[in-house]
Design a protein around this ligand. Structure first.
Ligand code: SAH
Length: 498
């Protein structure tokens, strides 16, 4: 016999799932999820079968009885089932009905509460649902009832200081009219927030009298929460989420999936919606023999140079995979292009870096090595990607160094951009695209099509070398990072937004 976990996914931001929810998703054989459960959470259940049973307005992918039957069927087949629902499973989420069906079928279950939309969603709109100056109670109401036999006590609701309606956008006129008819002050502050706690969040503020017109005017539709109460006035001071500098910006990242997370997190923390469209994939070398020989002989070199985080990771993985370790480096000195590469050497290889120029380009490393000591007859081991500019090798060889140039990993272009991304760029739905290397730019264009279709989008380049390639490719550049790293790239986008 399996088990069913009824998991609340929170109001929208995937980060608002509980730790227990994440743990159970990771362990699930099947995830059965709704329209309002953030799709990104499915990635936490990589090995699970995923079944969508969502309902969007009147369109139900699966009627409730069939959802219940599906939960029972999967559990009876011995599966661990994660039933993922928006917000909290027991707040207007039919979690109670599903749990009853499980009890009747004799199936074990657990409830994992989530942050409900009225509380978490309104918090993201800068509206605290209680405040000592304004209200000592807070009421949740559904604006959409099961049938006509309403148990909503309108005369009482109209007297309450703070009331939030779920599923009420369609009936908002009627809701406001009933509250007015039963004596609620027409000037009661009101707000409606749509897609709260997501990058699509939109909020309008008015009064009991005006909110319906404001909602229509702003084109707000379901899912949305409407709140009536004086706490709404706090939004003007507490609206933290929508005030983040990149709120509402859609930004495409073109670097490899392995590398994109740091940039993605930085941009997301500033409020942006990030779309990952890797234009480079990293692969192991087709033949390891040359790499292995170079690693075995690493200690015979004066300098070992790393040019990227990927190179550092590739070395680490190869050492681990072949039972070798960092002692192979002996007393060779270590150099890095870029502070992030140097940090990766520290972190991944537990190894100090002897030289890392302030500027993150090959020219700067060549200059500093040449300044550090005479390069004549010096043995240099360069561990880099199969692509890369020849400048470093050329400069060091010209100075008499013996350079051993090893491709520690290979790069290739993926077959296509993720579905829909090209179209979104052409139609202007995406605000920014970021380029972090010449090869991401070249590959992007090969996957995307003519650069003339990039008129509606802003572009951010990580530095002069990438910018030069962009110009050669005919891609217009909106901003270039002053410092050629992730921080510099993010700063350049921010300065353009201000
Ligand atoms: N169990 C859910 C509610 C499900 S009913 C919870 O606890 O939040 C669906 C209604 O929830 C929607 O019609 C809308 O009123 C509200 N809702 C859910 N997510 C929302 C969001 N991100 N923004 C605004 N309203 C949301």
């Amino acid at each position: 016999m399996g088990i069913v976990y009824l998991i609340g996914a929170g109001p929208g931001d995937p980060g608002l799932l509980t730790l227990r929810g994440a743990e159970l998703l990771a362990a699930a054989d099947v995830v059965i999820y709704d329209y309002l459960a953030p799709a990104k959470l499915l990635a936490l259940a990589p090995r699970a079968e995923k079944i969508y049973v969502g309902k969007k307005g009147p369109v139900h992918a699966l009627p409730q009885e069939q959802i219940n039957a599906l939960l029972i069927e999967k559990a009876k087949a011995g599966k661990t089932v994660a039933r993922l629902k928006g917000g909290d499973p027991f707040v207007f989420g039919r979690g109670g009905e599903e749990a009853e069906a499980l009890v009747n079928a004799g199936i074990p279950f657990e409830i994992i509460p989530g942050i409900t939309a009225a509380i978490g969603g309104l918090a993201y709109a800068g509206i605290p649902v209680t405040h000592r100056d304004f209200n000592s109670s807070f009421t949740l109401v559904t604006g959409h009832e099961k049938d006509e036999s309403s148990d909503i006590d309108w005369p009482s609701l109209a007297k309450l200081p703070c009331v939030a309606f779920y599923m009420g956008v369609g009936n908002l006129a009627q809701i406001a009219q009933r509250l007015l008819a039963h004596g609620m002050n027409p000037q009661t502050p009101a707000a409606t927030v749509q897609w709260a706690a997501t990058t699509r969040q939109k909020c309008v503020v008015g009064t009991l009298q005006t909110i319906e017109q404001k909602v229509i005017g702003a084109g707000i539709s379901s899912p949305a929460i409407t709140i009536f109460g004086k706490v709404v006035t706090l939004r003007s001071t507490l609206n933290w989420f929508e005030s983040r500098p990149l709120f509402g910006q859609r930004i495409v990242i073109t670097r490899t999936r392995q590398q994109s997370s740091e940039l993605a997190i930085r941009l997301q923390n500033l409020g942006a919606e990030v779309i990952e469209a890797p234009t480079i994939e990293i692969a192991e070398p087709s033949d390891w023999s040359e790499v292995d020989r170079a690693l075995d002989e690493a200690a015979n070199h004066d300098w070992i140079i790393f040019t990227s985080i990927n190179g550092v990771l590739a070395v680490k993985n190869r050492l681990l995979a072949t039972g070798r370790d960092i002692r192979l480096f002996g007393s060779a000195k270590i150099a890095a292009i870029g502070a992030p590469t140097a940090a990766a050497i520290n972190r991944e290889l537990a190894c100090r870096v002897d030289l890392c120029p302030d500027q993150f380009v090959a020219e700067a490393l060549a200059d500093q090595l040449l300044a550090a000591e005479p390069m004549r007859e010096k043995r240099i081991l360069l561990l880099r990607a199969d692509i890369g500019r020849p400048i470093l090798v050329d400069r060091l060889r010209a100075a008499g160094a013996l350079v051993r140039n090893i491709s520690i990993y290979e790069t290739r272009r993926p077959a296509a951009l993720p579905p829909g991304v090209g179209e979104q760029i052409r139609s202007g739905e995406i605000d920014w695209i970021t380029f972090t290397s010449s090869s991401t730019a070249k590959n992007f264009l090969e996957l995307f099509g003519p650069p003339t279709d990039l008129q509606k989008i802003k572009t951010a380049s990580i530095g002069p070398i990438t910018s030069q390639t962009l110009r050669e490719l005919g891609i217009p550049i909106t901003v270039e990072a002053q410092r050629s790293d992730i921080d510099g790239l993010v700063q350049s986008i921010l300065s353009n937004q201000q």
